[in-house]
Design a protein around this ligand. Structure first.
Ligand SMILES: [Zn+2]
Length: 170
């Protein structure tokens, strides 16, 4: 098919993606000796990305006016359900880390109890600890890292007595 005829044929791309989700070999149906194996949504999205990039060249070279892939509907990726470890495993991890290295144990304990991101934890300064009030201020860091310190959040840290007693604090 000439590329020029593809410009308004978003349906062809959608049919291709639907077909690939049914069988990755573009067969006409199950036959003896052939078992259809669906292509994963991620693989179909990669096919879409390749087609889209190729068709963009067609647009930039003046072969077609618009990229039909811009209007196509590749399958959406399923959101992964987070499976946090069970509390017993977390407790065992914290105990083991604390036994090996007290600082690592406190670092992991802060991560578990505050839900702070790794970047937020490593950005902590002693001035973020309000020892008298038992507060820890965590500077919220955005996903892009561009809005560091945009918002402050105070967090209660019940282990402060242990932190205060820790040798590395003095
Ligand atoms: Zn098949």
């Amino acid at each position: 098919m000439p590329i020029r005829k593809l410009r308004h044929r978003v349906d062809i791309l959608d049919k291709l993606y639907t077909h690939l989700r049914r069988c990755n070999q573009l067969c006409t149906g199950p036959t003896p000796g052939h078992v259809c194996k669906p292509m994963s949504a991620g693989a179909v999205r990669r096919v879409h990305a390749i087609l889209s990039a190729s068709l963009n060249y067609g647009v930039s070279w003046g072969w077609i006016e618009r990229n039909p892939a811009d209007y196509a509907h590749p399958p959406k990726l399923a959101r992964r359900q987070a499976l946090p470890p069970r509390p017993q495993k977390i407790a065992a991890l914290l105990n083991a880390a604390g036994a090996v290295n007290e600082e690592l144990g406190v670092f992991l304990w802060l991560a578990v109890t505050t839900g702070a991101r790794r970047g937020e934890l490593v950005a902590l300064r002693w001035s973020d600890f309000e020892l008298e009030r038992g507060l820890l201020r965590v500077k919220r860091i955005g996903l892009t890292g561009t809005d560091v310190g945009q918002r402050l959040r105070g967090l209660r840290v019940p282990l402060l007595s242990q932190v205060q007693e820790a040798q590395w604090l003095t």
